[in-house]
Design a protein around this ligand. Structure first.
Ligand code: G3H
Ligand code: 13P
Ligand code: ZN
Length: 327
């Protein structure tokens, strides 16, 4: 059977345009939470409805092959429906995280995504421009918004892995935005993907993000939405819980919340969070199994994990990103 083409408006989804202009004016950031399964998506919707926050639900290439693209589209549609039945009007955007080819972005646009990222950050500037522009030209025809990236984050970005980060060069951003026509731009200012963001020696604290680079970028593209990837805080309570119940995550460290609050008040309009959710889920499941080794009903331990994820997302929206109350 051939895959059915669907436009995101039929699913009740929205693109990022209005979300970002409101976030820029209101000095907060839209949360972008990754999901791969039912419990994660239920937690995201529940927490964002309860905090009245706009939300971007995002899917990586890995999530797409884990959960199936068509299944994901219907899950997103279910998420919108679930919010509406709860009496909430929160805007929900379905976004492709770290798209690595035109074909992948096109496939997502055709299957109901309302926003895509084309990550050409590992390519030479001109090739990044050419690839991004091609995606923008296709996306425009469907009113889908596009995120591009300049500068490389350390850590694993799906199949692309970089050992060291390369900060964004502010002198390139204006040219990139003009030539490609992107709607938002991810930049590299010291964050990285995963749970081990900084290698700290005993007694050392986390180095501050490069707000000077962020400022320089803002000056060159005033009022333009900037995106921060690798923005998990790797909350110590989860790392401790994981380690105390048999896990081995020594040295896991993330971006302090006060730095993310500062970023959210700037032109940073979208903040990506995945690892923090993974840690919360893993911590609660490890704890559950250790305390109740006889239990074998997944609803019990996944239910506990989901509850924790709801608390975490509410905290992010209310205290870190400032998106709560802004739907
Ligand atoms: O940027 C990476 C995201 O955390 C997605 O991770 O490729 O393992 O699904 P993933
Ligand atoms: P974290 O690994 O810090 O959660 O970053 C997620 C991300 O950037 C997804 O694109
Ligand atoms: Zn990312």
């Amino acid at each position: 059977m051939e895959k059915q083409k669907v436009h995101y408006s039929e699913l009740g989804l929205v693109n990022t345009k209005q979300m970002f202009s409101k976030a820029m004016a209101g000095k907060y950031a839209i949360p972008a939470y990754n999901f791969n399964n039912l419990e994660q998506l239920q937690a995201i919707v529940t927490a964002c409805v309860e905090t009245d926050s706009p939300v971007i639900i995002q899917v990586s290439k890995g999530a797409r092959s884990y959960a199936n693209e068509t299944m994901l589209r219907y899950m997103a549609m279910g998420a919108v429906q679930m919010a509406r039945e709860a009496g909430s009007k929160i805007p929900i955007c379905l976004h492709l995280d770290h798209g690595d080819s035109f074909e992948l972005c096109k496939s997502c646009i055709d299957s109901g995504f309302s926003s895509v990222m084309i990550d050409g950050s590992h390519l030479p500037f001109d090739e990044n421009v050419a690839l991004t522009k091609k995606v923008v030209e296709y996306a425009r025809q469907h009113d889908v918004t596009v995120e591009g990236e300049l500068g490389v984050l350390a850590g694993i970005e799906d199949e692309v892995s970089a050992e060291h980060s390369t900060y964004t060069k502010p002198e390139e951003v204006e040219d990139f935005v003009k030539k490609t026509g992107v709607d938002s731009l991810a930049i590299s200012i010291g964050t990285s993907h995963g749970a081990y963001k900084f290698k700290l020696k005993p007694g050392e604290s986390v180095p501050p993000l490069r707000f000077d680079i962020l400022d320089e970028c803002e000056k060159r593209i005033p009022g333009f939405p900037i995106v921060l990837h690798g923005a998990s805080s790797v909350l110590p309570e989860y790392v401790e819980l994981i380690n105390s119940y048999g896990g081995k995550m020594d040295g896991a460290v993330g971006v302090p919340e006060d730095q993310l609050r500062k970023a959210a008040a700037s032109a940073v309009c979208k903040i990506n969070i995945d690892s923090d959710g993974r840690l919360a889920v893993t911590a609660k499941i490890r704890e559950y199994f250790a305390k109740d080794p006889k239990e074998f009903d997944p609803r019990k331990y996944l239910g506990e994990a989901r509850k924790e994820l709801i608390n975490l997302i509410k905290h992010k929206n209310q205290t870190v990103l400032g998106s709560a109350g802004n739907a």
